[in-house]
Design a protein around this ligand. Sequence first.
Ligand code: MG
Length: 272
Amino acid sequence: MIIPKTREEIELMREAALLVSKTLGMIASEIKPGITTLQLDKLSEAYIRDNGGIPGFLGLYDCPATLLTSINDQIVHGLPTNRPLEDGDVVSCDLGAIVHGFYGDHCYTFEVGDVAPATKKLLQVTKESLYAGIREFKIGNRVEDVGHAIQKYAEDHGYGVVRELVGHGLGRKMHEAPEMPNYGKKGRGKLFVEGMTVAIEPMINMGTKNIKQLKDGWTIATRDGKPSAHFEHDVALVDGKPELLSTFEYIYQVLGIKSDEEKEFRQKPLVL
Ligand code: MG
């Protein structure tokens, strides 16, 4: 059952989302060749706790980490390890935090040093597909309208859309109804309702959509070994329109990126 939130609850959820956004901004300043994902995990846990939050993933479904780090052909749920990041890697950093009893949960795929142009393109298109999906999260539309937009955008670029892992409702639980697949047909699925809150999160592969699970029991990787990217935002349905709760602006400040990609999804300006 979809659990719509009040305006007050949505503002509390924004705080949870923004703590995740700030933590990813901190990660952006630390990511470079040589650092290990285990170090990034420890930094994330300390940052969340120091800023009044509780790590959202740690202990959930027995997850052993605060930060899930999926490198290159890894798609999602990569467990942090002692492997130092290398020049040319891409690493998706997926993070959750609980503030005021609500979850924030989003993800950004970072470039480490000098990344191959084809991989940069994959990251760019995956992020654009996320916004194509968010644009369809509005009153009058249904769950698969979002998935359809993401799938079409990614497949038009020749990429594979992961089927087994999906976005989700978000609130006092990390995973609420509805499931938000990154594929689908127009006009199908549950109708969106005012006040609902979701995590939209395309996982897009450069090659085949097919996946495999690694021996650690957590990490999911591409079957063909080609790279994958993952971008995720937390979004509320406010006044019939998508309202972003999370932001990549903290990351962009660190990386020196100027972007107005989030502007159309904000009903009031973001104060960083
Ligand atoms: Mg999620």
